[in-house]
Design a protein around this ligand. Sequence first.
Ligand code: PLP
Length: 280
Amino acid sequence: DIVYLNGELLAKKDAKISVLDRGFLFADGIYEVIPVYNSTPFRLKQHLERLACCLEQLDISNPHSEIEWKNIIRTLIERNGGGHLSIYLQVTRGVSEDRNQLIDEVSTPTVMLLASPLIVNEESIETATATLLADIRWQHCDIKSIALLGNIMLRNKAQQLGCDEAILHRDNLITEGSTSNVFLVKFREVYTPPQNQLILGGITRDVIIELAEASGLKVHQQNITVDDLLTADEVWISSSSREISPIIQIDGKIIGSGQVGPVASVLHGEFQAFKKTLIN
Ligand code: PLP
């Protein structure tokens, strides 16, 4: 396992950061998770754009140009043996000598990337179960912050309840999953909550919207109520590591047929075909 840390490629056990790093002290940083299929990063441009956008919102200077990022990622993939990987990329504001929350001191961002195996199952779709929980997170879920306490509490609550994912709601409206975006199908039309500060604009969400529209499906980016979700014909969650994962049960209630629905099935197939056009 080779890790990238501030310009160096190191064995994971040798990669060390300062206890004064603001990522460690304050969770003052941003991350990305980029899927790699057959040694090729998927939608890399979009992941790097989201990273740049989040860094800008936090006033952390982007430590690398797009070309530099691409080179770092390519080298990391090579040094980790290529194939299917998940790249974790993290940038923090760097070291704060006096643990000062004010950011007027100039610090050099800490950059860390690591690669782990990505399990891809192109043949069959993995279904999942969910529980509905109140979205206790802050008002800036569009920033891919390394501060994940809310997500961690919700995800673990879901697991305690025997469910794979927590689907979150604020004021009776669905926001997203604790680690995913949410879609539903009603009368063969696709619905997903609008992109705003209350959700992370998922890269997979965008791919699914594009693929759905290209296959002639109507996609509505609009508010979804808890009741809409529970009475949908199909529900699925999306993320870089899970792609499309149909939700067949929410708090014990069967969704639709209780099996992978026809729209999810078609889009899963389109997704696999789309990946192949990019990596071959
Ligand atoms: N929403 C949250 C809270 C997430 O943590 C994630 C990914 O982990 C997503 C949405 C999906 O984003 P993406 O498709 O870019 O992986």
